[in-house]
Design a binder for this molecule. Sequence first.
Ligand code: PAF
Length: 278
Amino acid sequence: MDIIESPAAMHTWRRGRSGTVGLVPTMGYLHEGHLALARRSLAENDETVVSIFVNPTQFGPDEDLERYPRDEERDLRLLRELGVRAVYLPTPNAIYPPGFETYVEPGDTAAPLEGSARPGHFRGVLTVVLKLFNAVQPRRAYFGRKDAQQLRVIRRMTADLDLDIEIVPCPIVRESDGLAMSSRNVYLSQEERAAATVLGKALHEAADAFAAGERDAGALQKQIRARIEAEPLAHIEYVSVADDLSLDEIDGQIESRALASLAVRFGSTRLIDNVELG
Ligand code: PAF
């Protein structure tokens, strides 16, 4: 397996490949959700590059950059077992060398929800994703639907900046009890881990209500909130029912598609999850 550690080395690797390349951007500490993205890329492309980079510019000053879980050895073993032949593993200095000063400025899609709760987050995400795209020059790039707003913001950037890359959204992978897989789940205590299953349940019930004909966005939002508030260890940051594309909050009836999404804290662990309605 090739381990490529800098943009220059990545360019050299890329010049030697004429077939299609799929990119799976990750921050490491891989779980089944990441592996599903890699499997899909392996099936759809001649080559697959998985990037592992804990991107400092997408973490706020009070967030978990320092304690973000890392296990490079295990990640590389899992990827090797899967048949991935190239891993892009740059150092922070290789991505942000001294003097670095150019960032991608996200627009309105990045303003609500995660953008409002985590100022500067999507500026960091878009900047690093564009840098990964430029280094790897993939035909396709694979992103999980769990980061629903991230997916939409990246699609917007890809369209706005005329990038010739297909953004491939992949389903949320859940544990058997419905908790969405996330590298951050490892922070949860046993009690918090059990309590966190309320998120999947609340969203699932909202999807059932939608399927049964409920179109009142406020009623769906209230239903999700009430379910989560009944769990004493859960502290809601936001629950949203928004337009699926613009992410503008829906006031009244859902006309076509909507995204129900939430961010909830369990102790010091902040989890996000969502379900697409329609
Ligand atoms: O979703 C993630 O893991 C990160 O936000 C990404 C896309 C790898 C950029 O750092």
